[in-house]
Design a protein around this ligand. Sequence first.
Ligand SMILES: *[C@@H]1O[C@H](CO)[C@@H](O)[C@H](O)[C@H]1NC(C)=O
Ligand SMILES: *[C@@H]1O[C@H](CO)[C@@H](O)[C@H](O)[C@H]1NC(C)=O
Ligand SMILES: *[C@@H]1O[C@H](CO)[C@@H](O)[C@H](O)[C@H]1NC(C)=O
Ligand SMILES: [Cu+2]
Length: 675
Amino acid sequence: MEGKEIRQRHVSVPLDIAEPERDETQRTNKRRFALPFLLLPRSVLLSLLPFLAILGLFARLFFTSTELLLLPVARRHPEPSEAWLDIDNRIQQNGLLHPEEHAYRAATTQTLDLRVATEQRRPDGVLKKVFLINDLFPGPTIEARSGDTFNILVHNDVKDEEISMHWHGLEMRDANSMDGSIGVTQCGIPPGQSFWYNFTISPDQSGTFWYHAHSSVQRVDGLYGGLIVHKPATTLSLDRFGRTKEQRNDALADRSKYNYGEELLLLIGDWYHRPARDVASWYLWWGSMGFEPVPDSILVNGAGRFNCSMAMPGRPVDCIGDANDMPPMVLNGKGSYRLRIVNTGSLAGITVSFAKEALKVITLDGGIPVETQSDEHKSSAGILFPGQRMDVILRPVKGENSMEPSLVTVELDESDFKIGNPSLQPRQSFPVLKSPKHVDRTSVVTTDSDNDRHINIEKVPSASSVRAMIPPKAQQTHLVYTKVEKLSRLANIPHGFFNRTTWKAQSDPPYPLAGLARKQWDNHQLTVATGPEPVWVDLVVNNLDEGAHPFHLHGHNFYILALHESTYGWGSYNPWDEKSRLAFFPTDNNPKDNNHNADPYDLSQAVLRDTVQIPRRGYAVLRFRADNAGVWLFHCHVMWHLAGGMAMIVDVMSADDSTAHQPWLSATEELKCSV
Ligand SMILES: *[C@@H]1O[C@H](CO)[C@@H](O)[C@H](O)[C@H]1NC(C)=O
Ligand SMILES: *[C@@H]1O[C@H](CO)[C@@H](O)[C@H](O)[C@H]1NC(C)=O
Ligand SMILES: *[C@@H]1O[C@H](CO)[C@@H](O)[C@H](O)[C@H]1NC(C)=O
Ligand SMILES: [Cu+2]
């Protein structure tokens, strides 16, 4: 009976909302049964219609040129006649992944168009010019499988800014020039022009990645999207003509291994209401005194919640309350889910917790499995720093009524907020519904974070199979110091340094580094060069700063062999200095012998990642195999620090300092970058 009523109501959504006069009983009724989005003003609902049309169009563009299983977005609507399903689908669309379309097929070539533009939107109710990719914010989620080849044409339809795209965490083997770092591997794509990113995903790489601008500070204003590489669940065999054939093998699917039903992607990050360029120019000014700008809001898959009356009088915003409230997550309540969580933010780390479900971390960063975790009831995991990813399995808890609505809470790590921002609510929850029919949000209360139920992902080592690949000793060791400094010779503007060098995109001569011999690089490129042969490298990074920094290395994963935060002094480590070694590794029994067989690090706790939070006044020892030829950026993923120059270069397998990796990138006057 009740169900029928709801159905009718939903079928007539647009009319329902258009009717201005309703009596009180009807109205309360509606409150109780309407889905949260029904509370949106009509204008917003109407504005969703073109959005859906575009989504359909995109689905066509996205899937046309390949032999992918065609499952365009529109076909996913179970009952297209029911308007509410459409909208609900939009919500899921942002998050629901399609492993079944990728895990069981052979590798293929995907030809995609990404068209970048800007437009005014209200992601959390506050009007802001954001970047759209194919009219979507965040950009469309790209899904693939290991071994797929991408031919991605990125168009720059932005009027006055150059752009570029980076594929965060992908190896880019033999494709350094497709890495997207302006000044390092390419010039910016000028307005009105486009650039082909053609590369192949390594056959052994799978996991949760994302793509984002590596130009200016555009990532902060939304120039990003999810990139998921599904692990193939196929086996190779020879057919009777002796050709290799890939065959479906369900037993190999992650889904069977971890026993979950569906996969959802959550792109979670802090959000600024002012344009990123304004925020950056405030920070890169003596008056900021190096205090990082504190964000205003939090977005989950491009939507957030902002209480308009919290806006600071000095910084008026064009705000509509409840304009685009955080979308509910819809889980079916019975089975387990895989959540792929990305911190797409610019400054703050995040912790994610669930009120009623239990979670378990299975991979960190680019699909790297971690040590198997017990089935204990853990309800939160973090801290996930900007650029980092974690995959978690979410399951219903025995004894809880699993069909009752729950809450997911995102909490920003405030330890790097040196100044306040009264507008920001650093801890926000949004509903987890167990059926689209559940709408009673008030019945769930936020639970306080519970330490016993928290998974500290920094203490979770990689799976033993991953750690088994670490050689006992690296062939090279490099040492660098990093810090944000405000020097009078640089007008007291905060600048990020590696040793004595602050990074700026190569400008003299104005070609990407990959196109120039190393001896031609300008003096903003502090470089660790690993030589012509593939080698194992230890990179010791001493962070002299008062704040921690999430460092990301392009093109490589690294084993984190040691992480240290000092309680006094600088906490720096010099692997060649006996005193320093003994201070940190007192059990290192043979420190004088530089040729001894093993280093003092505790490999049993090592984690393989592509982005590491290096503690304040401390250090990290990162070990990686430098066998991926090219010039790769190593940089802080806090956008403000990168904008201030906190980056350096790792030059892998260059013949010498007078041979460019890709000489054609500087072959003609035409290829000059406009810096
Ligand atoms: C990239 O792929 C596209 C589409 O196949 C092709 O037209 C283009 O020439 C390729 N570019 C490069 C540099 O290989
Ligand atoms: C919004 O903020 C104001 C002022 O702090 C507060 O009184 C009000 O309850 C808040 N509204 C909501 C919906 O949280
Ligand atoms: C950075 O400075 C330290 C200390 O002076 C030095 O040992 C190290 O070699 C430098 N690193 C690079 C890459 O130049
Ligand atoms: Cu930083």
